[in-house]
Design a protein around this ligand. Sequence first.
Ligand SMILES: [Zn+2]
Length: 424
Amino acid sequence: MHLADDIRDRADDLIALTQALVRIPTLNPPGEHYRDICELIAARLARTGFASEFIRAEGTPGDSDRYPRWNVIARREGTRPGPTVHFNGHTDVVEVGQGWTTDPFAADLIDGRIYGRGTCDMKGGLAAAIVAVEAFLSHTPDFPGAIEISGTADEESGGYGGVAHLARLGRFAHVSAVIIPEPLGKDRICLGHRGVWWAEIETEGRIAHGSMPFLGDCAIRHMGAIVAEMEETLYPALAARRTAMPVVPPQARASTLNLNSVHGGQPELDGFDGWPAPVVPDRCRMVIDRRFLAEEAIGDVKAEIAAAIDRATARRPFSYTIRDMHEVLPSMTARDAPVSAALTRAIAERFGRAPEYVVSPGTYDQKHVDRIGKLDNCVAYGPGILDLAHQPDEYIDVEDMLDAATVMARALGDLLGVGGDAQG
Ligand SMILES: [Zn+2]
């Protein structure tokens, strides 16, 4: 049987596997049910001869006995030496949020789509990769090298308890290619991502009675001056900057800045519904999320923010601090890297056209494979519509999963050196 037909025959199985993954509510934060989903993946892959290892990322952010960061790596040896091809999917999902018309953890199949939190990002992609590998094994039991599939924690919170941890343990040292089936679209190859810098800005004031604010110094007004300065000078400058990276959506080809949160004054106490006291706030903190382009240096990105705040202090004097939280440099795998080339051929064969090469506006676990794992033969390729990620009524289209599974199975054979006729 032709590989694509074989995969099509596995549609019901693919649906059931996706549903089983989605029905485990692996919410992050805090990081629920990681062990459960690792066991499901391991049990599933044991049927086709995979040996699985469970790895807890002890000591990483959020890891505790209540919320252990469990990961699974399943490995299937070939019949002779050769390359190792690795599929990686994160198992965590983001909070549900408001606005759902379906049950987010029921994984209902409605008109060819499976609905639920994590269907698109990215349990549908992980299920497609698993079925792709199973179909490949039934067609090509005699193959060189090895196939690995990992299910990893915490991608949504930076990946430190997941792929970063595995990379630190050297788990990518022997790997030749990594495919991450994030929902970038079945005919697109995602080569990498923009850079990111998170920082916390804190303005300082002086506490006083709220009826005599002239005796204090309001830290929130200082933060307001920073925001006003950003609106007037920084946002227009960022919006005017353009990258040669093929970022999608196109609006993300500019530099962007999100003001993630602002906290000033008295805390909103849980379980307390009384009134606040009249106080001039002496501290205000704002977390910023700056996404930058391959053409921008991280040092310049930071200096630009500091310069904007300094201009704000010219409007009204105040002291401030900037605290670095997290930074990732832009990453982009070459279009002619072996993994990109194999997927390009597989997409051309499946759809009769060349893929679109894209770059993600946000980072994903490729950063850790690249920077810590020192492996640049890594891309994201998987079914689903990126815009649906983290939204209410998130879904994955079954046809898209089947197509992407066919492409992944083809590319796998290609990367193992048994492509073409060997796959029938
Ligand atoms: Zn994802």
